[in-house]
Write a protein that binds this ligand. Structure first.
Ligand code: PLP
Length: 376
């Protein structure tokens, strides 16, 4: 492999992920467990590496989206509890048992199926039940009486957690989160009166932790983005932020070529940029197939020799062209920073998302599989 140089790669700081996890734990305190969300390959930080690290830091729970994601953690030797959050298909039920994954059940009919499976497998299968308290996506949209009925009839499996998910956690200009919390807590209270009291109630992802919505922490919180160093920007009348985290991932790429173009030259597909002066360009070995958003064409920046420099023309599949006229001399093989920090210049996933008209989650998740990850 040594005959292949890296065209584009990410550097993930183990230390920063550890510090972010510790910061979340300090904020919620010892009475609330932290279940880091490592779905989507840990938001491109590498699910196996990140999970090993967090388990060694004391994480008892991890959350993934699918049975397949959970199974690959088991195959890598991860022994922590694993919650599968984004539903599963009937054909995947056997995999949940085989890999000792804990499902989130998303409807009352699915709960009956899970109970039938518990009968057939002769084990008291655990499950968490998600209630749709107003997000209008996954989860049982049902009242306390129906839920109580379904839970008590599912005699062969055990309700370990009751959860919900917020639609507008970061938007303090709407009462949606408070309404969802109230709906959830009302159902919890009715169940408790009927003697049903699961050990874990959980509602909170990154934002309700970061902004101290502590009545929605329950016994377990589910931070994803915060573990990787991001807290999405909130809106409205926002309370004080109580969590401080920093990005753990840096994304770099190699320069393939540097050359001088005369004034008036067109750059890239469609000739969407014309040089307004004699311009030194560098062609960088990362394009939209690597995850550089195409929307950065003629809008975004990269960092070259410690300076923010503009992207010229269209981002293409494999390469991106930048203006390095005002930079210290650069040569093929030198690296530039797509996401990260060089000296005073910095670009994080939120900055990129702002320019590309998307969200920081999507910038990280779209870094493609061909971009190698190096742990530092
Ligand atoms: C992805 C996800 C989370 C984590 O969200 P962040 O905003 O990244 O902290 C928590 N809960 C559920 C149900 C999720 O799908």
């Amino acid at each position: 492999m040594s005959s292949f140089a890296l065209r584009s790669w990410t550097e993930v700081s183990r230390r920063q992920i550890t510090e972010n996890f510790r910061a979340v734990r300090n904020v919620v305190g010892a009475s609330v467990e932290v279940m880091p969300v490592v779905k989507a390959d840990a938001y491109h930080h590498g699910a196996v590496e990140v999970s090993r690290l967090l388990v060694s830091e004391g994480a008892q729970w991890l959350a993934v989206s699918s049975v397949e994601e959970g199974a690959s953690l088991r195959e890598a030797g991860i022994r922590a509890r694993i919650l599968v959050m984004a539903d599963f298909l009937p054909a995947e039920r056997a995999g949940l048992i085989e890999y000792e994954l804990t499902p989130v059940i998303h409807s009352l009919p699915d709960l009956r199926e899970w109970d039938q499976l518990a009968v057939r497998s002769r084990t008291p299968l655990l499950y968490h039940l998600k209630i749709d308290t107003g997000m209008g996506r996954l989860g049982a949209r049902a009242g306390a009486a129906e839920i109580l009925d379904a839970v008590t009839n599912a005699r062969h499996c055990r309700l370990e957690g009751l959860m919900t998910h917020f639609a507008s956690a970061g938007d303090y200009s709407t009462s949606q989160t408070e309404e969802q919390t109230a709906t959830f807590l009302d159902i919890v209270s009715d169940l408790r009166h009927a003697g049903v009291e699961p050990p874990y109630l959980h509602l909170a992802s990154t934002i309700p932790v970061a902004y101290g919505r502590s009545h929605a922490w329950g016994q377990l919180v589910r931070p994803g983005h915060a573990i990787y160093g991001y807290i999405p920007p909130p809106r409205g009348d926002v309370p004080e932020r109580i969590l401080d985290v920093k990005p753990a991932l840096t994304w770099k790429a190699s320069i393939l070529t540097v050359k001088d173009l005369p004034e008036g030259s067109l750059v890239g597909y469609g000739g969407t940029y014309r040089t307004s002066r004699p311009t030194r360009i560098a062609v960088v070995a990362a394009g939209y197939a690597d995850g550089v958003p195409h929307q950065l064409s003629n809008k975004g920046k990269l960092i070259a020799s410690g300076k923010l420099v503009p992207i010229l023309g269209a981002v293409s599949m494999d390469v991106t062209t930048i203006d390095v006229t005002d930079c210290a001399p650069l040569a093929p093989g030198d690296s530039v920073t797509i996401l990260g920090r060089e000296g005073d210049a910095s670009l994080d996933a939120q900055d990129i998302a702002n320019v590309a008209g998307t969200i920081s989650y999507s910038v990280l998740c779209n870094i493609s599989a061909r971009v190698r990850t190096i742990y530092v």
